[in-house]
Design a protein around this ligand. Structure first.
Ligand code: HEC
Length: 140
């Protein structure tokens, strides 16, 4: 009887800690790096240099270091049309990355804002959630 209770208690703990794991935010630089590698790197390159005249860099640009809301919107909506990045003009098209989850976007953007010589504050899951919610009422 006693051991049955212990097993019951242990399985509760296991279930509970699994549930905890699922809701834990992934926002840290390591995970952000992985998401960047999977979803951004093919275009913006491993060290954020981009590709001349085609893909803008992510190094000390206004878009990366500036307003977080604008930065999050670029990920959710993509970006198209003439763009001045650090004095160079680009007129390509970035596809929307809206399929990424809020925590994945937060992690990727935090990684970008703290890598490649950048030093800016983290982007939180809450930031992304807020912009995504506001975004929906405008575009859909
Ligand atoms: C298919 C290629 C592609 C992918 C994938 C991509 N981008 Fe872009 N990105 C672009 C292009 C092209 C532009 C410029 C668009 C324009 O000229 O209007 C851009 C612009 C940007 C800008 C604004 C300009 C700047 O350089 O500061 C940011 C920030 C950015 N991308 C971040 C990201 C992040 C973060 C990811 C991954 C979540 C990502 N991009 C994925 C192609 C891509």
């Amino acid at each position: 009887m006693k051991s049955a209770l212990i097993i019951l208690a242990l399985s509760f703990i296991a279930t509970f800690s699994n549930a905890q794991k699922k809701v834990l935010p992934v926002t840290n630089v390591t995970t952000g790096k992985e998401i960047y590698a999977k979803h951004c790197m093919t275009c913006h390159q491993v060290d954020g240099v981009g590709a001349q005249n085609m893909i803008p860099p992510l190094i000390k640009t206004d878009y990366v270091l500036g307003d977080k809301k604008r930065l999050i919107k670029i990920i959710l909506n993509g970006l198209k049309g003439d763009l001045d990045v650090n004095g160079d003009m680009y007129s390509g098209e970035m596809p929307s990355q809206a399929l990424l989850k809020d925590d994945e976007i937060a992690a990727a953007l935090t990684y970008v804002r703290k890598s490649f010589g950048n030093s800016a504050s983290a982007v939180t899951i809450k930031d992304v959630r807020r912009v995504r919610a506001a975004n929906k009422t405008i575009s859909k």
